[in-house]
Design a binder for this molecule. Structure first.
Ligand SMILES: Nc1ncnc2c1ncn2[C@@H]1O[C@H](COP(=O)(O)OP(=O)(O)O)[C@@H](O)[C@H]1O
Ligand SMILES: [Mg+2]
Length: 291
């Protein structure tokens, strides 16, 4: 897929459903790469000419929003012309009673989405690493749910209870149950389904045996709880450095590499990884566009 700036021929195609396509990054664990992956999805789609909006529901950390703010500052400082999303934040309600707070959050979530609806083709929502009402609203509304997990049983524990000796799945656990309920609510609301993609992120340093077991559990979960699992981002230091500059691997060529040092072989390999990841999301509007 070539790196292109806003392309009037493809702009608007995400809107074939009459509303923006909704991609939600979620799991109930911090540090698995939700915000980093969100930013790479956002910029990849921007570079294909789509208009993209973001809603940050992790108002405590605001990593995605800070990433985008860093991007604006870097672009200005270096005189670059890089595509930008429209970014919104929906913080938790401060109302006292649970009912009031939930009604307030629902209203503000819907307002944010409506605010973006006629301006963008795709909305990317970044959730906090905990179970909140706002996060559940986002999960229910998702067209594609992306869940990055580190390749370890600690992370898989959120998806399934795994028997310690046989490594067989004993049953779904907390997060999988939350997604199950979101899928039920969604089916009742408009009869549509949520494509749930689990990304194996930050793979690399693991023992081969462990990797095989994790893969085995994910294969079983494909049937049991309806996930698709695909490779995500490899473990690379560059992701931390990119954050401070607000850049993604998809911008590096145009930015002349990190601080003008050019593109290394490992940057090119990493960029390829991101492209594969975006392809494996099977986003319906991209498929129609490339047919
Ligand atoms: N593939 C990766 N390789 C190395 N570091 C990563 C990778 N993905 C994320 N990180 C780093 O890990 C930390 C947490 O990532 P983040 O995307 O904020 O996760 P989350 O949003 O799930 O909490 C950040 O410092 C980020 O730069
Ligand atoms: Mg985050």
């Amino acid at each position: 897929m070539p790196d292109t700036k806003a392309n009037p021929e493809t702009a608007g195609e995400g809107n074939t459903m009459g509303r923006p396509y909704l991609i939600v990054l979620g799991n109930e664990k911090g540090g698995s790469g939700k915000s980093t992956t969100a930013m790479h999805i956002v910029v990849s789609l921007l570079r294909e000419g789509r208009r993209v909006g973001t809603i940050d529901l992790d108002a405590r950390q605001k990593s995605l929003t800070r990433y985008i703010e860093n991007r604006r500052a870097y672009v200005e400082k270096k005189g670059l012309d890089l595509p930008q999303p429209i970014e919104l934040v929906v913080p938790k309600s401060e109302l006292r009673t649970a009912d009031e707070a939930e009604a307030d959050e629902k209203q503000r979530f819907e307002e944010a989405y409506l605010n973006l609806a006629d301006k963008v083709d795709v909305v990317v929502i970044d959730c906090p690493g905990s179970d909140t009402f706002l996060s559940r609203l986002a999960h229910t509304a998702a067209d594609t749910l992306v869940t990055p997990v580190n390749d370890s049983f600690v992370d898989l524990d959120l998806l399934a209870r795994v028997d310690a000796t046989t490594h067989k799945v004993a049953g779904p656990s907390l997060y999988a149950e939350m997604v199950w309920k979101a899928r039920q609510r969604r089916a009742m609301a408009d009869g549509s389904s949520i494509d749930w993609v689990v990304l194996r992120n930050r793979v690399g340093a693991l023992h081969a045996k462990n990797k095989e077991r994790v893969e085995g559990v994910l294969n079983e979960l494909t049937k049991r709880i309806g996930i698709r699992h695909v490779p995500g981002l490899g473990e690379r230091v560059i992701y931390r450095e990119l954050f401070l500059r607000g850049l993604t691997l998809m911008d590096l060529k145009e930015a002349g590499g990190l601080d003008g040092k050019g593109l290394s072989m490992s940057h090119v390999a990493a960029r390829q990884e991101v492209r594969k990841l975006i392809d494996s999301l099977n986003l319906p509007f991209r498929q129609t566009a490339s047919e």
